[in-house]
Design a binder for this molecule. Structure first.
Ligand code: FE2
Ligand code: FE2
Length: 366
């Protein structure tokens, strides 16, 4: 997990906690709101309640502002209390609405894919001035909320800036990967759409296996480099129309280790994934693959996924040395490899996502 993602996860779990606290606050506000409503009703019925409310309101900042404006002067305590309660009621309502807004924001923050959004940051900042209204309700709370919201908006804006830079780095990585893949494609004389289809199949299989959308997309891109090591194999061998000799076949097999070497010192999550896939896409689940004869879980899940995607596409495509197999024969061949050549769970995913795979195949035919 990259440092950025780790930080984002921490922020998200913090956001979730705040959201829960805020939710409890909202319920408390709602209870106060209802209580105030009941009291407002009672002032008209019961003299003692009216007096009590009147006495309580004497300490209220807003009520005293209203009094000093002599709006309430000359009124009977009962009516003063009723008007005061009404004013407080509307303030409870405002607080309630603001808490709702704030909790909605926190929810977005806790669950959103990208919690940082510079437009949102600006909107929060502009709206934070309304929070100054809280000063009427309680001066300390008002100023504190205003300052906190302002701080929150700046943090969000900074987060958006970092996010933008990370996105840019990812974009450059992806472009590099795609150009590498195109060069490989030209060199190895594979029919144009092989890399595209393997990438799409891998993405679909990854998603079917429960990987997040983000991870599946990442694998889709990384898988385009699975044969990058073929750049180091002589064209005479790659383009040879007839049957290969044992030595030539041994040389071709080296494209896995060559791929690993080419991508050895790369940095970045996607590039590292590309390296794993280039190294492992010819390993077999039963340990009889190459180059390292890895077995079962020793092969990364990504390697096991691309293995199925690559073989299925090789079978269903025409190559210089063979015709394309029919869909049904290729499908049966994949099933036959369940538990020997391929990871059983990946084959199961292949079966359940078969419709989607067929669709991709039809859309990207040679
Ligand atoms: Fe390969
Ligand atoms: Fe391939």
């Amino acid at each position: 997990m990259s440092k950025f993602e780790e930080a984002r996860r921490k922020i998200q779990s913090g956001g979730r906690l705040l959201y829960r606290i805020c939710f409890v606050g909202m319920i408390a506000e709602a209870v106060f709101f209802i209580a105030q409503l009941v009291i407002t009703g009672l002032v008209f019925v019961n003299k003692e309640v009216a007096l009590m409310v009147h006495l309580r309101l004497r300490d209220n900042f807003l009520f005293n502002v209203l009094r000093s404006l002599s709006i309430l002067d000359g009124m009977e305590p009962k009516y003063q209390a009723a008007v005061g309660c009404g004013v407080l009621l509307s303030f409870y309502f405002t607080v309630f609405m603001m808490l709702r807004l704030f909790s909605g924001l926190l929810k977005f923050f806790a669950e959103g894919e990208h919690p940082f959004d510079s437009d949102m940051a600006k909107r929060i900042r502009n709206n934070s001035f309304y929070l100054l209204l809280f000063i009427l309700y309680n001066p300390i709370l008002g100023i504190a909320t205003f300052l906190l919201t302002l701080l929150f908006s700046y943090i969000m804006e900074y987060g958006a800036y970092i996010q933008q830079r990370a996105d840019e780095t990812n974009r450059i990585q992806e472009e590099m990967i795609v150009s590498f893949a195109e060069i490989t494609e030209n060199k190895s004389g594979q029919t144009g759409q092989h890399i595209k289809r393997v990438s799409e199949y891998s993405r679909i299989l990854a998603e079917t296996l429960g990987m997040s959308r983000e991870k599946a997309d990442q694998l889709g891109i990384a898988s385009t480099m699975h044969d990058v090591g073929k750049l180091l194999i002589p064209s005479a061998i790659l383009d040879k129309p007839g049957k290969l000799t044992d030595e030539e076949y041994a040389e071709i097999k080296k494209h896995t280790t060559y791929g690993g070497q080419l991508l050895q010192n790369v940095e970045g999550e996607e590039m590292e994934l590309s390296r794993t896939v280039a190294l492992q896409h010819h390993e077999r689940y039963d340990g009889n693959g190459y180059p390292a004869k890895l077995k079962g879980d020793e092969i990364s899940l990504e390697g096991r996924i691309v293995a199925v995607a690559d073989v299925y596409d090789a079978l269903t495509s025409r190559r210089s040395y063979k015709d394309a197999w029919s869909e049904d024969t290729a499908y049966q061949e994949i099933l036959k490899g369940r538990g020997t050549q391929f990871d059983p769970s990946v084959v199961d995913a292949f079966v359940s996502a078969h419709d989607k795979i067929l669709q991709v195949r039809a859309q990207n035919a040679d």
